[in-house]
Design a protein around this ligand. Structure first.
Ligand code: NAP
Length: 302
């Protein structure tokens, strides 16, 4: 019915990521216009069939959709907010990394200048862009996403999270919290076992099984959080806290770092002191859901 599967697209910013984005659009058959502050970076893409816009204005007006991917939001404002840059009538998808507040401010800023604006977060590295492995999150007006989804899908597995333009950035950092927490927990166990002569490769399959098993608990635990009710169906928090003490003792006895186990135990102890020892682990959401500074039992208060 329409030709959006091969709709023209512009990519502004040809760093490592922008080059991957433009390359994926080209491979998917989209007529692709590119622009970069350092124009020489366009050459490899031109060799693949991209058109290098001689000016930013021409880049912005060449396509119904312009994807922007620069170092940070300051660079986006510096470039697109420069005197004489017209955004009226453009549709911008900003895949630059930043905070949710920066995304919301950029959305308001772009809309004031007559642009349609979607924010996005790239949960992927350049080599996987253009494959299903590249998870790309979008937030902002649903109709803008719907209109350009067939084009954006050339970049990877794309999802629209909601109208709030800050959501993509928030999911991005939430995902990073998960990634580092899993890796840190694995490193803690790896260090403990290494002290007993077990190598990392031997422990890794066991760690993987535990991580996957815990991941399966998330939907049920999420239900408890959404209901605000934490019956101890599997274990009470105070039982977990006793096991945390073992982890601290083992870490210290084996001569490995006990900072992370202590942090975990500190948070559980605060929840227990607040009367939640008989409830299930996700009751700790109350500890995670507020700042710790200035509260009794905060880290660093002895
Ligand atoms: P990069 O290779 O350092 O490229 C930065 C780009 O921003 C270049 O095109 C640069 O232009 C441009 N730029 C910076 N300041 C500018 C300004 N004031 N005016 C105009 N252009 C400006 O970085 P990258 O790896 O492509 O990353 C780009 C974005 O993607 C970042 O927000 C990053 O967090 C995000 N991201 C990257 C990865 C990754 O693995 N690379 C993964 C996820 C998300 P010049 O070429 O002229 O310097």
């Amino acid at each position: 019915m329409n030709n959006t599967h091969h709709a023209p697209v512009t990519v502004i910013g040809l760093g490592l990521m922008g080059q991957a984005l433009a390359g994926a659009f080209l491979r998917a058959g989209h007529p692709t216009t590119v622009w970069n502050r350092t124009s020489a970076k366009a050459a490899p893409l031109v060799a693949e069939g991209a058109r290098s816009a001689p000016t930013l204005h021409e880049a912005l007006t060449a396509s119904p959709l312009t994807v922007v991917c620069l170092t940070d939001y300051d660079a986006v404002h510096e470039l697109l907010g420069a005197p004489g840059v017209e955004l009226g009538g453009t549709t911008l998808v900003n895949l630059t990394s930043g905070s949710s507040a920066q995304a919301r401010a950029a959305a308001a800023w772009a809309e004031e200048r007559g642009a349609r604006y979607l924010d996005g977060a790239l949960m992927a590295v350049p080599p996987v862009i253009g494959t299903a492995e590249a998870v790309i999150l979008h937030s902002g007006p649903e109709e803008v996403f719907a209109a350009h989804e067939p084009t954006l899908a050339a970049l990877g597995t794309v999802t629209h999270l909601g109208a709030d333009p800050g959501l993509a950035s928030l999911y991005d950092v939430a995902g990073l919290a998960m990634m580092w927490s899993v890796l840190n927990a694995w490193l803690q166990g790896t260090a403990l076992l290494a002290a007993a002569g077990v190598d990392a490769a031997t422990y890794a399959p066991f760690a993987r099984q535990i991580a996957a098993g815990v991941a399966d608990w998330l939907p049920g635990y999420a239900e408890q959080i959404d209901k605000g009710s934490f019956p101890a169906e599997v274990a009470a928090l105070e039982t977990d806290a006793r096991a945390m003490e073992h982890l601290i003792e083992e870490s210290e006895a084996m001569g490995v770092n006990a900072e992370l186990p202590r942090l975990i135990k500190t948070m559980a102890d605060r929840a227990i002191a607040a009367g939640h020892g008989g409830e299930q682990y996700p009751v700790l959401i109350e500890e995670f859901g507020r700042p710790y500074e200035g509260r009794a039992g905060a880290l660093g208060e002895g």
